[in-house]
Structures are given as C-alpha cells and as structure tokens.
Design a protein around this ligand. Structure first.
Ligand SMILES: [Zn+2]
Length: 418
C-alpha cells in the first residue's frame, strides 16, 4: 500500500497535466455547449483503463421539460458512465461534474488553463470540480501499472449541468438506473470536511399586481411596488421565525470558526426584485423571487405550507392585495447516517492521508447528489480537493493547494485499493 502512495506522490506532474487539459476544455455553463469534448476526453482515458464506457445524452425534450428556465441553453447535454467489474463483492460509485461556472474579466491568470504559483494551481474548475477526475485518472493508471486490483467494482459517473440544475446529468443517470452501487463518493466537495448532509432548496416567486397610470395622478392607479411592502414585511417575519431553527447536523468547521454557527440552519432569502419602467409611470407589476434552504429535519410540504400560510396572512390583512405565487422544490435535503461503515471508512482514510482529523459536516447549500441519493438510497458523502474559503470556487482566481491535490490522489488510491 505504501508502494502505491509513494508512487502517486511522484506522479503529481502528470495529475497537473491532465487537470490542465481538462481546464482548457471550456465547459462553463451558461451556455454549456462544449460538454462533448470533455466527455470524449474522459471516454478515451477510461477505455484505455479497461472500463466499459457509455456516453449518455440527455434528450433535448427531457432537458427542457425538467429545466423550463434553461431552454435557451444550446448544445448537447452529455454525460459519461464508466464501469469496471473486478469481481468484488461491493461496488463503489464515484461521481463529480465536469461543467464549471463562467469566468469574469478580473482574473489575475488566464482562467481556462492551469497556472502554478506559490504552491497553488489556478484555473477555472480546479477546485469545483475538475481536480477530482484528474486525480482519479492518475490513481487508476498507477494501479494498472502496479497491477493493484481495486477493492471495489467501480462505477464512475462524470456528469454535467450541476452548476445550472435543477435537473442535471447526475439526476438523469439516477433516473436511468445507471448509479447501481453499494457506496457513493461524490468528489464535488471540499477537503475541509466530509459532507454527509445538505440543505434542501425551494425556489419561490411572488407577483404583486397593480394598475399602471400617469404618475401625476398616481391615486388613479395602483402602485405594485408600494403594494409589495406588506408582502415583504410578512416575508421578513417568516425569515425571522425560520432562521431561529437549528439542525442537529454539525456545520462545516470553517463556517463554525468564522461565524460561531455550530449546526446547519435554514434560511429564507429575497434575491430578485423586478418592477417599474420609468419614474413617471405607476408600475403595474412587481415580481419578487427568492429561495428557502431547509434543513434535513424539515420537509418540502411543511416549507410550502408555511409559505402559503404567510401569503394567506398578508391577504387577510390587506384584502385589496392582488398577488400570485409559486413555491417549488429544487433539491431535497440529504442526510447520511454518520455512523454508517462507509462514512467511517472515508473519514478514516481522509484523516490518515491528510494527517488531521477530517470532521463530518453538513452543507448549507444544496446538491444534485441529494437527488441521486433520494433515487438510489445509497450511503453518500462528498469529499474534494478545494478549501471552502481560500479556493475561491465560483469566484475569480479559483485555486487549489498542490499539497491538497497530492493528498487527494493518495486518498483515492487508499480508498480504491484498500
Ligand atoms: Zn461543484
């Protein structure tokens, strides 16, 4: 085992080269019109490693039905399933996504290539989440060379549209029954801690209607923006109530250290507001949108009922209000038993290779992994390369520590080889 670990330590250059090749394939979404190149790159690698490989296209119609807000996105939605049956008793599912978020003009380095500086690699997607597959390719080829047989049959799913959702390639593979396994490792995580739970996510929208009129005689119209104020007040009251709740699931260590928050909490946010055309026109419509993240102890029906009760309250107090609203579940929450042997195994290996105790934690955000877990019922956790705060995932100058990349190849090696 030491042999593989040492061997992997010498192959960092190769991992970085593969990572650079992956980063250069521009899979940012929107628009996500370049997925096939990245999938083809992975297909040839897995074929060389003796995997049974399948390219899976999400049918356009399904993509548009499940993602009604993404119909403007052109390009094939391609995913990959790579399976190697080594005759083991158990099968390990490993997944992450190959799409990334776009890059702004403000990067210090070219975003779509890897730049090494001060012990770090900079590039869009190095942390979220192309570092994982780069490390995995190194591990699998090293095991081939050293003739080490995996401890598990392997089911690798590299998917797309995680950064857009809600119905990503992973969700599609789950529904197709392509995620057959006993254990599930998502590489779409951080190396700060192992994510065993996540909040669910509900998107809501409220439209407040008024009547347009010349502003000089505004009393002849109905100002939709002004009518929105009691609705916002009701939402703020609900926010206060919701955000007092706490989950039993521990929060990420970095979040606890920064904020004092010890466990996951639910949140309610107003994040979009659209209304009005011009100073002298009374607005006839105000649209408010937001989200509600709910802890694993809550469920979607309760969240929706609570939201509807708030809307009923505001209507009762303001009978002249004309509003319509919707409240839709995007992702369910996830909660894996912290004492499950699979979770213990991941935690033991991660702690050993990183030389510190890696804690189990919940994520405030929501994951497409939760959908896959809901469909498959697999014990799942997420562990990745980047650090939650310093890696700048989704921001300028996304980066990983090279030492974390090395740690991660050793982690995967030990986990897969046993
Ligand atoms: Zn990600």
């Amino acid at each position: 085992m030491l042999e593989l670990s040492e061997y992997l330590g010498k192959r960092t250059g190769e991992t970085i080269k593969v990572l650079d090749e992956l980063v250069r394939i521009q899979t940012h979404v929107p628009p996500g019109d370049n997925y096939e190149k990245a999938i083809d790159y992975a297909v040839s690698r897995f074929e060389n490693l003796g995997f049974e490989v399948e390219k899976i296209f999400m049918p356009r119609e399904l993509f548009e039905t499940k993602n009604p807000r993404l119909t403007h996105l052109k390009g094939d939605r391609v995913n990959l399933s790579a399976i190697k049956n080594v005759g083991a008793k158990k099968t390990l599912l490993i997944n992450t996504h190959l799409d990334v978020v776009p890059a702004s003009e403000n990067w210090s380095f070219p975003p779509f290539e890897c730049t090494a500086r001060d012990g770090r690699i900079f590039g869009r997607g190095v942390a979220d989440s192309k570092g994982g597959p780069a490390a995995l390719f190194t591990v699998l080829s090293a095991m081939e060379e050293l003739e080490i047989k995996p401890k598990y049959n392997l089911n690798i799913a590299l998917t797309t549209d995680e950064e857009m959702g809600p119905y990503s390639g992973l969700c599609h593979l789950a529904d197709l029954g392509k995620l057959k396994a006993d254990y599930f490792l998502s590489m779409d995580g951080d190396s700060d801690d192992i994510t065993i739970a996540s909040n669910g996510n509900v998107d809501w929208q409220i439209d407040v209607f008024g009547k347009s009129y010349h502003s000089g005689s505004s009393f002849m119209g109905v100002n939709a923006i002004e009518k929105t104020i009691p609705v916002m007040n009701e939402l703020m009251a609900l926010k206060e109530k919701v955000e007092k709740r706490r989950s039993k699931v521990p929060a990420s260590l970095v979040i606890s250290e920064k904020t004092g928050l010890k466990t996951l909490m639910p949140v309610l946010n107003i994040t979009v507001m659209n209304a009005g055309v011009k100073q002298n026109i009374i607005p006839d419509r105000c649209t408010m949108k937001g989200d509600r993240r709910f802890i694993p102890e809550e469920n979607y029906d309760d969240v929706r009922n609570e939201f509807e009760t708030a809307m009923t309250n505001v209507r009762n107090h303001h009978p002249d209000l004309n509003i319509s609203y919707s409240c839709d579940e995007i992702y369910a929450p996830m909660l894996t038993d912290m004492n499950h042997p699979w979770i213990k195994e991941v935690q033991t290996v991660a702690s050993e290779v990183s030389g510190r105790i890696i804690t189990l934690a919940g994520a405030q955000g929501s994951l497409d992994v939760a959908y896959a877990v809901k469909v498959t019922g697999l014990p799942a956790c997420c562990f990745g390369i980047g650090r939650r705060i310093e890696s700048n995932a989704h921001a300028d100058d996304e980066n990983i520590r090279i030492e974390d990349l090395v740690m991660y190849t050793k982690f995967l090696g030990k986990l897969i080889a046993g």
